[in-house]
Write a protein that binds this ligand. Structure first.
Ligand code: PMP
Length: 355
């Protein structure tokens, strides 16, 4: 830190993103991207013509894309907010809906950005422990009287709670926003989106980064009552009114036009998830049930840190955290069948040598 930086950030520990090696030397199973490229329609949409318009600012309202999203989800454009990745959306939500009298609350094991945003903004927050087996007990959130952030399905565990449980949490916190982060909803989970018509305090966040193969385009979106969307707009127009670039908007519209391609990819990921889980079980691994494009797994013979390092040394990247409660575990993104076979072969080698 230089001597010029504000001392209010002295205690801030920035979020550490997963490794993004640029040389393509690794089988990359560490940041939950899709292994499949964007659809052919997306490649066509991001063309010379659209690139040639980069001298002009994009539509700050993102009207065309919001309209297509509204159509896709059976809501109105006033129910849709666009952000530069759901990370930006989460940041805006912490800014808009939390303060000293509206502290934030989220599970102790969840997406690592939640506590970082709370600390960056100087907000009070509570981390609510998950129960045995990393299970979220909805009762811990009912009538809490705080702004609640829940990733459903959760990351890095892959576990989900039911829509009924979410409704119970939203219903019993009528004076606080409940944000449900559905980054991984399209790999077998059930979205709570229909509830936005019934509850004005529910904010559903999704992303184009996983199921829609557009992590590099940076696009997240929220679906909620018009009041909450207007609040987010206020923060956006006070921060960065052109937050979505032209090429990403064109790519996203083409993505929504190719839904069959993405549904088919999700089906493949789900099949590879079942395959990988089964093969790991044969090797003595314990894997949590997952409805996402990743699995959370551990092996009694090798601790999580060793497994991560040994895999990396053999060209396979997975994610590991030093945090005590989860240091035995690794999170493994589900890729193509070929990628998962390489991963499994490397695991077998490691078990022979280290285990
Ligand atoms: N929420 C969760 C639970 C995530 O795991 C991620 C991805 N790291 C995000 C939000 C952010 O995704 P993005 O900014 O790429 O939309």
């Amino acid at each position: 830190m230089s001597r010029f930086m504000s001392s209010r950030f002295d205690g801030l520990e920035a979020y550490v993103p997963g490794e993004q090696p640029q040389d393509m030397q690794y089988v990359k199973l560490n940041t939950n991207e899709s292994p499949f490229p964007p659809s052919p329609a997306v490649l066509e949409a991001v063309n010379r013509e659209e690139t040639g318009r980069l001298n002009l600012y994009p539509d700050p309202e993102g009207k065309a894309l919001r309209g297509r999203l509204a159509e896709t989800y059976g809501v109105r454009p006033e129910n849709v907010f666009l952000a530069n990745g759901s990370d930006e959306l989460l940041f805006f939500a912490f800014m808009a809906f939390c303060d000293q009298s509206r502290p934030a609350a989220f599970p102790n094991i969840s997406y690592g950005f939640y506590p970082v945003y709370a600390r960056l903004l100087g907000l009070p927050y509570t981390e609510i422990p998950l129960r045995e087996g990393f299970v979220l007990n909805p009762k811990d959130y009912c009538g809490l009287g705080k702004t609640i952030f829940i990733a459903n399905p959760n990351a890095p565990t892959g576990r989900a709670i039911s829509v009924d449980s979410i409704e119970e949490i939203v219903r019993t916190n009528p004076d606080h926003v409940v944000l449900i982060d559905e980054a991984y909803i399209d790999f077998g989970g059930q979205s709570c989106l229909p509830l936005i018509k019934k509850y004005d305090n529910l904010l559903v966040c999704q992303t184009f980064s996983k199921f829609r193969s557009l992590a590099g385009g940076r696009l997240g979106f929220a679906l909620a009552s018009p009041g909450l969307i207007a609040d987010l707009e206020k923060i956006k127009y006070s921060t960065n009114s052109y937050n979505i670039n032209r090429l990403t908007m064109a790519a996203a519209i083409a993505t929504l036009d190719s839904s069959e391609y993405y549904v088919e990819n999700s089906r493949k990921i789900q099949a590879n998830r079942a395959y990988t889980t089964e093969k790991l079980a044969e090797l003595g691994f314990e894997t949590l049930p997952s409805v996402t494009n990743f699995i959370f797994t551990r092996c009694p013979a090798v601790d999580g840190g060793t497994l991560y390092r040994e895999l990396k040394a053999r060209g396979v990247l997975v994610r590991h955290w030093d945090k005590a409660e989860i240091s035995d575990w690794c999170r493994v993104t589900i890729g193509t069948r070929e990628q998962m076979d390489i991963f499994l072969d490397r695991v077998r080698e490691i078990l022979k040598e280290v285990g």
